[in-house]
Write a protein that binds this ligand. Structure first.
Ligand code: PXG
Length: 464
């Protein structure tokens, strides 16, 4: 069997249903309806096994930053596979792709984030971070500084450690999470949780929960605070402008390490190389993955500041993955960074594409179902509501309406995700204004169809 589509769709779907367990999916239900089989892609468009072309509003899973079909990355992989397909960096050896990529990342990252510990994914990198910050404090003679503060509705991965850092209630409900020593504060989600306060006041209040939590635990017990500059999987939750400066003040006051999870916000997504730069965040560690290789190869890592790297370096750090700094993945990441850089893609997002998307996206706010339409860089979200003025939730279970809308998007050949009753996009960074116009047209059509569906089924009701 080859890897390309040679069989009719129904046959592929039957094989998939019989043998393939999908992540974050009720597999029995999917088996009945059949997965959509994606066979190839180019630029911002996917093609399925029936020859339908979709606009990929999610850049795969927030990762295909340079778009599909860049043969330079395929060639970089092939070259590296011929020369050195694998070697490790454990036992006093190194190799050119890993060391070159580490040096390039040190150049791109702000401040004294000059050292890289590689992983195969964002989840693995965040597991590294848990162990690294605890080991850092142990070496500093403060081994009791173990607790990591994170946020509800944050997403940091799916392994035991990283899912514990995440604040997804549905994930914690399965498999005995969170692991000990991780606690969560509320998210800075003004639209959903801000009530009558102004966004500015709400941002400060939510940041000050960090200070309250530190005082409750005792600063001498707290290792670090981890957060995404903009929450991605949580629904593209853009914090009020007051939030990050206050967080920065608090971590400095109590000497807490700050981990910025840049897995989604890194590599141009927000119009900067890293989301932290747009908010003036100065992290001690940044988690990276996804856009690092534009998803062409699995690779992640932690970019670490001088102080932590030199402290960790005093002793053997008993941690690492077979594929840490995998040469093929590193070679592909380097080629991806070259393209992002030399083609000016990050600058173009900041100066042209993001402002264009912001305006086009905001035009959806006049739709009767849309309570807010917000964006930052090339990540954007809509809050669906039965009552705009009240920022009301639907009477149906959270996510029911979002799912209906997503199904209409999919039927209209647009990949737009739902998170609860928020609709989200994060397209490839190479999307053009004409593509954005088409995306908006399809999104509006799906919203119209959703509204008609809700009216027909009597679902356009607010929760009491
Ligand atoms: N941090 C952040 C901020 C992420 O978004 C991870 C870490 C974990 O990365 P890996 O490579 O281990 O998956 C992520 C991943 C979704 C969705 O439904 C988002 C992610 C992964 C899977 C699904 O939006 N983000």
């Amino acid at each position: 069997m080859t890897l390309t589509n040679i069989a009719p769709t129904a046959e592929l779907q039957a094989l998939d249903a019989a043998h393939h367990m999908h992540p974050f999916t009720a597999n029995d239900e999917l088996a009945k309806k059949g997965a959509r089989i994606i066979v190839r892609a180019n630029g911002v468009r996917l093609t399925d096994s029936d020859g339908q072309e979709l606009i990929d509003g999610m850049a795969g899973l927030w990762c295909v930053n340079i778009g599909y079909g860049r043969t330079e990355l395929a060639e970089a992989a092939a070259r590296q596979m011929r020369e050195l397909p694998y070697y490790n960096t454990f036992f006093q050896t190194s190799h050119v792709p890993a060391l070159t990529l580490a040096a390039k990342l040190a150049e791109l990252a702000p401040g004294d984030l000059n050292h890289v510990f590689f992983a195969g994914s964002g989840s693995e990198a965040n597991d590294t971070n848990i162990r690294m910050v605890r080991q850092y404090w142990a070496l500093k003679g403060q081994p009791e500084r173990k607790t990591i503060i994170a946020r509800k509705n944050g997403y940091h991965g799916s392994s035991m450690g990283s899912a514990s850092l995440g604040g997804m209630a549905a994930m914690h409900a399965q498999g005995g999470l969170p692991i000990p020593g991780i606690v969560h504060i509320d998210q800075p989600y003004w639209y959903g949780e801000g009530g009558d306060t102004t966004p500015a006041d709400f941002g400060l209040a939510r940041a000050r929960q960090l200070e309250e939590k530190i005082l409750e635990l005792g600063a001498e017990n707290v290792a670090a605070f981890i957060a995404e500059p903009v929450q991605g999987a949580g629904g593209v939750i853009i914090p009020p402008e007051t939030y990050w400066p206050e967080i920065q003040r608090i971590v400095a006051k109590y000497g807490i390490l700050l981990i910025a999870d840049e897995v989604i916000t890194g590599f141009g997504r927000t119009g900067h190389w890293f989301g932290s730069q747009g908010y003036g965040i100065q992290p001690h560690i940044m988690t990276i993955a996804k856009g690092l290789s534009s998803g062409y190869q699995p690779i992640g890592g932690s970019i670490v500041c001088d102080e932590i790297a030199h402290t960790i370096g005093q002793d053997e750090f008993n941690h690492g993955y077979t594929y840490s700094g995998h040469p093929v993945a590193a070679a592909v990441a380097l080629e991806n960074l070259r393209i992002l850089d030399e083609e000016g893609i990050v600058d173009r997002v900041r100066t042209r594409t993001a402002p264009y998307l912001a305006q086009a996206w905001a035009s959806l706010a006049d739709h009767p179902l849309v309570g807010e339409a917000v964006s930052r860089g090339l990540m954007a979200s809509l809050a669906l509501t039965p009552d705009k003025a009240a920022r009301a939730r639907f009477a149906t279970d959270p996510g029911t309406v979002g799912y209906i809308c997503r199904e209409y998007c999919f039927a209209n050949n647009l990949v737009m995700r739902h998170v609860g009753d928020r609709m989200i996009i994060a397209p490839p960074l190479v999307i053009t204004p004409a593509d954005i116009d088409e995306l908006i047209t399809r999104a509006r059509k799906a919203l119209d169809q959703t509204l008609a569906h809700l009216q027909r089924d009597g679902l356009l009701r607010a929760a009491a």
